[in-house]
Design a protein around this ligand. Structure first.
Ligand code: PXP
Length: 253
């Protein structure tokens, strides 16, 4: 089963451009859920450039599916997470100057710190995912840090242009997925996925969740959130069916 979690941060970015109240990211989250999204993702940044504390409070109250709070391992945000109780947190690297999250988190460089963070979240029954590069060393580090899930960074895959590089990145993502899965971690993928490059990712066996924001919110400007989410869900389901048919045709089932 592959599910779609929709990141609504960019609705907040548009609202914040005028410092007012519209468009409201919480309304966007509820519309995305009604359209079939299994979860809502939002990144509470230190500088609150996307969603703010009020948004997170309302999201926690109103989202009925899974609420995934993306966050840096920053004490202020950790305290907010422990109080707000999202269903899961995805730990990401965060730099103030970046346009968006650039690259995966280096869990291996500080396993002790991330283990403490995981333990604190687990005490409140919050599921913990780490956003990492598709790299066995980082997956091993997540296992040592007690994480429940890895979100594999698809940004490099999304940015490469020629077929050889695309194939190389897909192989890297597939290998990392199977390695994490064989070690009992759940696997998600995200960053830079859109209506053109998601099919190949959705066909990787054992990926459980996709986390997609920018492309869905961009399409929603023209067609509305309902259609934008439904278009992505249709694409994912079609990719999964096609993948299964190909496996059967190759005698793999
Ligand atoms: N996953 C993580 C960890 C992210 O930081 C982001 C960007 O906020 C996404 C997924 C979604 O990326 P995009 O907006 O490119 O779909």
């Amino acid at each position: 089963m592959l599910t779609l979690n929709v990141n609504i941060d960019h609705v907040a970015t548009v609202r914040n451009a005028r410092g007012g109240t519209e468009p409201d990211p919480v309304t966007a989250a509820l519309q995305a859920e009604l359209a079939g999204a299994s979860g809502i993702v939002s990144h509470l940044r230190e500088d609150r450039r996307h969603v703010n504390d009020r948004d997170l409070r309302l999201l926690r109250e109103l989202v009925t599916g899974k609420l995934d709070l993306e966050m840096a391992a920053n004490e202020e945000i950790i305290k907010i997470a422990l109080k707000t109780l999202p269903d899961m947190v995805t730990i990401v690297p965060e730099k103030r100057q970046e346009l968006t999250t650039e690259g995966g988190l280096d869990v291996a460089s500080n396993i002790k710190k991330f283990k403490t963070l995981t333990d604190r979240m687990h005490q409140k029954n919050i599921f913990v995912s780490f956003f990492i590069e598709p790299d066995e060393k980082q997956i091993d580090a997540v296992l040592k840090a007690g994480g429940d899930m890895v979100e594999l960074h698809t940004g490099v895959y999304a940015n490469v242009k020629n077929e050889i590089s695309i194939k190389k990145e897909l192989t890297r993502l597939n290998k990392a997925t199977q390695y994490a899965h064989s070690n009992s971690l759940k696997v998600a993928a995200g960053h830079g996925l859109n209506y053109f490059n998601t099919t190949a990712i959705a066909q990787i066996p054992n990926i459980h969740e996709l986390s997609i924001g920018h492309s869905i919110i961009s399409r929603a400007i023209f067609v509305g959130i309902d259609t934008a989410v439904k278009d992505m869900l249709a694409l994912i389901n079609q990719a999964r069916i096609q993948g299964m048919l190909e496996k059967t045709a190759n005698g793999e089932n």
